[in-house]
Design a protein around this ligand. Structure first.
Ligand code: SAH
Ligand code: DHB
Ligand code: MG
Length: 219
């Protein structure tokens, strides 16, 4: 099925994504530096950008930078004067990302912070209007709790790689990443401060999905 999913991604990209030097160079430079090719796809990048723009995001938080590909998509959604903070454990990934962000002309609005996210998150002041969680999967529940804490009513939080080729539905899974996503979703389902769902995706990066949460006012 991946072939037909990729064909549809290619068709959609052909329609809506003209060649973009900054994004193309970010992918090339990330490859050249030996980073894994686990960025969001272009259609997913556009989707994240649309959501961030729809909430009028002035402050964006990203957990998991890699080479800054999703970072560039999201930073382009910022309203004038806005800023994006992105958290990355690997100094090497952060260096590649900073160079990519610089080439994209976004160095002034993006702050790449190096360190384990559970150590850098407590140093941040909210609220953030939009958060994208896409780092190590085992800590997702804790990242989500931080994201809610750093949000305001009306903020949107998106979590990548929740469905994991359908393994999410397997209650007996022994994969720690899948177990972590199940625990995260089961905790989030009890969280009265969010309205939430999971949207499955297919495409050139196979079958996966996003959790999407809207932070709502509590009584
Ligand atoms: N959002 C990126 C992809 C991120 S890949 C994109 O779509 O373009 C996941 C990244 O999370 C990797 O760069 C990895 O080094 C980083 N990461 C892993 N564990 C982390 C941690 N504990 N804290 C912060 N970043 C972490
Ligand atoms: C992996 C991580 C990701 O964030 C992703 O989108 C795809 C794969 C991984 O660690 O394999
Ligand atoms: Mg991901």
């Amino acid at each position: 099925m991946t072939d037909v999913w990729t064909a549809v991604d290619d068709y959609v990209e052909g329609l809506f994504e003209p060649p973009d030097a900054a994004l193309d160079e970010a992918l090339c430079a990330s490859d050249a530096a030996g980073l894994p090719s686990i960025q969001v796809t272009a259609t997913q990048g556009r989707f994240l950008q649309i959501l961030a723009r729809a909430v009028g995001a002035r402050r964006i938080l990203e957990i998991g930078t890699l080479g800054g590909y999703s970072t560039i998509w999201l930073a382009r959604a910022l309203t004038p004067g806005g800023r994006l903070t992105t958290l990355e454990i690997s100094a090497k990934h952060a260096d590649v990302a900073r160079a990519n962000v610089e080439r994209a002309g976004l160095a002034e609005v993006i702050d790449v912070r190096v360190g384990p996210a559970l150590e850098t998150l407590p140093q941040l002041d909210g609220p953030f209007d939009f958060t994208f969680i896409d780092a190590d999967k085992v800590n997702t529940a804790e990242y989500f709790a931080w994201a809610v804490r750093l949000s305001r009513p009306g903020s949107v939080i998106v979590v990548d790689n929740v469905v994991r080729e359908g393994a999410l539905a397997d209650a007996a899974t022994e994969d720690p990443n899948v177990q972590a996503m199940r625990l995260f979703l089961e905790a989030a389902a009890k969280e009265s401060r969010v309205s939430m769902t999971v949207l499955q995706t297919v495409g050139s990066k196979k079958h996966d999905g996003f959790a999407i949460a809207l932070v709502i006012p509590t009584a």
